[in-house]
Write a protein that binds this ligand. Structure first.
Ligand code: ADP
Ligand code: ASP
Ligand code: MG
Length: 935
């Protein structure tokens, strides 16, 4: 369709601003996309302003032209000319006159003819006198209606002599990137049926006076005051329907060209959006939107589908280059929504930035980083509280035109950071500042540093989830920690060298800690890898999705008589409602068991029975050739009761158990693990002439929660290494032979290197003991629970252990996982009882509470929760999912996105196969949950 086929727009038709970044304007193919998008918006009834960047890399080239040796200038210019001519050829531009005029004007600016007059003449290719200074947009109206647009000086003043190339000249040179791309675009759009008026952005965008801005910033990082201006909008509407203009450039009060700072084309679009009070500003770039971290560094970063202005501002300011930091506030002030989209994939959803979306889970939204931060530390020898001290200090910053970002203070020290995106820093400025500061305090400049920032609304309420992140920083020196007073960010300033690999680690830790709520699908979209990674296999759907009908039937079935399951004490109540009910999927158990058995470095696997002692699960595990690790005589009884397990090896690993437990185990002939001096000191006869194993405490704990860390003095498990000598003496004295060493540091460990480290440590201890045959590495194999968390890499685990084994081939390696084998195999079905609205919160009550599944209350554990009755309905509500127990901690899941739910709906709580049923209780005298099995 050509523009002539469009019906004319009414005068009050809405405006849409489309901004295309450097890669989005760099090829003819992208220009076809621009054409399609602009034409589509026009066809939808909008007036369109297309704002373009320079072709990717061209601003860098122009900057190089400004700074390179004059001998290199010609060659650098030639490359830029070539680049544009190539694109013109690709675009099959019929008329290149305009673009050629800009190339000529550029040449005249950078390669002046023998006299300066000639250089000025070169500029005059675009016209002579600067526009009258200080014109407002309303003033523009009267000037702008004329047939030829007003002209602006490109920067070099006539007084400029050769070699004296000021900031204004630099601005003029760099402006050519956008002037060229917009000229090419105008011809291309018109030639392809969409007549677009070429608009000189400097007509509309006038830099404002910012106090204390130095000359350099005034020319290269200017700011524009842009508020909705109906007169401007009307004047433009009178002139046409579709426009193409430049990003990055504006004019100053004298009519000279100024720049808006690197990456500033986004901000140009925002200024146009605000002036025109557009219905939307669309930022088209090379990535689908704002992600939870820079996707080039963190492929697992999630697309942020919705953000409010404040969060987007914070993410942009703290380092996410995808949006220029200054582009949010004009849109926020004018209430214009911003949409970020990928030019190569217009079908990808993108990020919508607008007013605060209602009801969202508090979450860290993103983690960003900035390099090149300079810290200025000022030692004050007790002057901190002295009246006027800070005023003196900050006066020095003001004098040097430096804006301070972060501030940390102590009794005798004030440390501030200078951010290079807001300050045009160079060593001369810093040296001059330091000299002035030295008059009032002792100064230390620390550089280069990096600032790493966590952004999210309500950061304070997430602090308790950040222990893993703090531990990560705790390994290195943190110069400054700052929490913003708007409660939106938490920033750590560290040495720049520490950044390598840090962001992916932190991103993963934040997801695992439930601080980055990737489960909230209303906010967090797919990962960058899912969108662009190509090779990544889609995540396998959990088994229960395919068993939905069966599970719904089970939720209403009568309770299974206890004789059938036969392992739990009698019920306290009737329990005939069908819920709460655990359902176990044996194929999943078998699959997990086989995966462990396939590990070549592991000689024996024992299942930690405490995770789930359901007989059907124990049978399946025995059939797969896995042994049993029991922590009590009761667990030994359950295993002994099964015919299938008669040949299975057993381990008994009690902790602070009574003497009788050990005596029973000895009688049964079960391998026994001691973890303190006490049994050998007080009951030596039990162990005389026997083989025993020893559980040691390697001095540190690991895991997903304090309560599952089982190493270190604060934990009750294991023999401290300092007592090893004494233990060996006692064993020798009482003729007990130590044949195995055991260590288990905690649960939910996803870092493979943990096991190889433990294995290496145990092996070297074993050499000291002498009689050891096997090293038991414990369990703790992590099962990721949050969407987006990476799985434990079993192959990597195998490889890491194989390496240790190569060094110590004399030892068998054992593992004793519980959770890893059964967690995913179980779900808990619960029925909705009641709903309640309280303040801004929606409560969803169900018949399973902490008596049935205590992990959320005890460990802050995160279990996915879905409404099985309404699995396909949109998840439109944010719920606090709670149980019927008289405890405020009876919360199964906070801030869960679910369909609107009603009494009687069946909820499914996922990953409940481990430490669910086995930790359940009769609390409040409620009945225990039933269990059913899918074979
Ligand atoms: P354009 O040239 O279109 O203006 P930019 O290069 O300025 O594009 O911005 C897009 C780039 O921003 C992305 O390619 C990405 O590498 C980078 N980026 C940094 N942080 C983020 C983030 N949190 N989300 C998305 N992109 C980011
Ligand atoms: N071309 C300018 C730059 O590269 C502005 C922009 O692309 O946003 O910084
Ligand atoms: Mg950009």
């Amino acid at each position: 369709m050509t523009a002539s086929t469009y019906a004319p727009l009414p005068i009050d038709a809405p405006w849409v601003v489309l901004k295309f970044g450097g890669t989005s304007v760099a090829t003819a193919e992208r220009w076809r996309t621009i054409l399609d998008l602009a034409a589509a918006r026009r066809a939808e009834g909008a007036r369109v302003v297309v704002v373009v960047s320079a072709l990717a890399g061209v601003t860098d080239g122009l900057k190089a032209l400004c700074t390179c040796a004059s001998s290199e200038r010609e060659a650098t210019l030639a490359k830029l000319v070539e680049r544009h001519r190539e694109l013109m050829a690709q675009m099959q531009l019929a008329d290149a006159t305009e673009a050629e005029r800009w190339l000529a004007s550029l040449q005249a600016l950078v390669l002046p003819l023998p006299s300066d007059e000639a250089a000025v003449h070169g500029q005059e290719l675009r016209g002579g006198a600067p526009a009258p200074g200080g014109g407002s947009h309303t003033a523009w109206q009267s000037r702008g209606r004329g047939p030829s647009p007003p002209r602006y000086a490109l920067g070099a003043s006539p007084r400029l002599s050769r070699g004296e190339r000021g900031y204004s000249w630099q601005a003029a040179v760099q402006a050519h990137g956008e002037l060229l791309s917009s000229s090419l675009g105008a011809v291309f759009l018109a030639a392809n049926g969409l007549p677009a008026h070429w608009l000189d952005a400097r007509e509309a965008l006038l830099a404002r006076e910012v106090p204390f801005l130095n000359e350099r910033a005034r020319a290269l990082s200017a700011q524009v005051q842009a508020d909705p201006d109906p007169a401007f909008a009307d004047a433009l509407a009178a002139r046409g329907e579709v426009f193409i203009t430049q990003g990055f450039i504006a004019r100053d009060g004298d009519g000279h060209t100024v720049l808006l700072g690197r990456g500033g084309s986004d901000t140009s679009a925002a200024y146009f959006g605000a002036l025109l009070h557009a219905s939307r500003v669309e930022i088209w770039t090379d990535v689908a939107g704002m992600f939870s971290a820079d996707p080039r560094q963190v492929p697992g970063a999630r697309l942020l589908q919705r953000l409010d202005y404040d969060e987007a501002q914070e993410i942009a300011t703290t380092g996410a280059k995808v949006l220029h930091a200054r582009c949010i506030s004009p849109c926020r002030r004018a209430r214009v929504p911003l949409l970020i989209k990928d030019t190569r994939h217009p079908d990808f959803e993108g990020t919508l930035i607008g007013p605060l979306p209602p009801e969202v889970a508090p979450s860290v939204k993103a983690i960003s980083s900035r390099r090149g931060i300079t810290l200025v530390s000022m030692e004050t020898s007790g002057m901190w509280q002295q009246v006027g001290f800070l005023a003196d200090v900050f006066a020095a910053f003001k004098l040097h035109g430096l804006s301070v970002d972060l501030i940390g203070s102590a009794e005798t020290n004030v440390t501030v950071s200078l951010d290079p995106t807001e300050n045009l820093l160079d060593s001369d400025v810093i040296a001059a500042l330091a000299a002035d500061l030295a008059k009032v305090c002792r100064v230390k400049v620390i550089a280069p540093c990096a600032a790493v920032t966590l952004v999210g609304r309500g950061m304070r309420s997430m602090l308790h989830r950040l222990s893993g992140v703090l531990a990560e920083f705790g390994r290195e020196r943190v110069h400054l920690i700052s929490q913003s007073s708007n409660n939106l960010n938490l920033t750590f300033v560290v040495d720049e060298g520490m950044l390598d690999g840090l962001l992916p680690r932190l991103h993963e830790l934040l997801i695992r800690a439930g601080a980055l709520r990737t489960d909230d699908t209303a906010l967090f979209g797919p990962t960058w890898q899912m969108l662009y990674g190509g090779g990544m296999a889609p995540l396998a759907a959990p088994w229960w999705r395919g068993e939905r009908e069966r599970l719904l039937e089970l939720s209403t079935a009568q309770a299974v008589p206890h004789a059938a399951s036969g392992h739990l004490p009698p019920q306290a109540g009737e329990g005939t409602a069908g819920t709460p009910r655990y359902v176990y999927h044996l194929p999943t158990v078998r699959e997990r068991a086989r995966a462990l058995r396939a590990l070549r470095s592991i000689d024996r696997v024992y299942y930690a029975v405490k995770a789930n002692a359901h007989p059907a699960i124990l049978r399946a595990i025995a059939q797969e050739g896995i042994g049993f690790e029991c922590a009590s005589p009761g667990e030994l009884d359950v295993v002994d009761a099964l015919a299938e397990s008669s040949a299975s090896p057993r381990l008994f690993t009690p902790n602070f158990a009574p003497r009788d437990d050990y005596a029973q185990a000895v009688e049964r002939g079960v391998a026994l693990t001691l973890d303190s001096l006490f049994p050998l000191q007080h009951w030596p006869r039990l162990f005389a002439g026997r083989e025993i194993m020893l559980r040691v405490d390697l001095g540190r704990g690991l895991g997903h929660h304090d309560k599952v860390r089982t190493g270190g003095t604060a934990s009750k498990f294991g023999l401290p290494l300092a007592q090893l000598g004494e233990f060996l003496d006692l064993a020798r004295e009482h003729d007990a032979r130590i044949v195995g060493l055991h260590a288990h540091l905690g649960s939910g460990i996803l870092d493979v290197s943990h096991w190889s480290t433990v294995c290496g440590q145990l092996a070297s201890l074993a050499e000291r003991v002498g009689s050891v045959r096997c090293l038991n590495l414990g369990g703790g194999l992590g099962v990721p629970s949050h969407p987006g968390e990476a799985d434990l890499d079993l192959a990597a685990l195998d490889a890491a252990l194989a390496e240790v084994k190569l060094a110590y081939p004399q030892y068998e390696l054992w593992l004793e996982p519980g959770r890893w084998l059964v967690a995913d195999a179980g779900v808990l079905l619960a029925r909705v009882t009641q709903t309640k609205r309280k303040g801004s919160l929606n409560y969803l009550g169900c018949d399973a509470g902490m008596h049935v599944l205590i992990r959320p209350a005890l460990y802050d554990a995160w279990h996915d929760i879905v409404n099985l009755s309404r699995l396909d309905e949109p998840a439109s509500m944010l719920y606090q999912v709670v149980g019927p127990i008289c405890e405020s901690g009876d919360v199964l899941g906070a801030d869960r996105r679910l369909p609107e739910s009603a009494e009687g709906d069946v909820l499914l709580i996922a990953q409940a196969g481990a430490y669910g049923e086995s930790m359940s209780s009769h609390y409040n005298l409620r009945p225990l949950a039933e269990a059913a099995v899918i074979e």
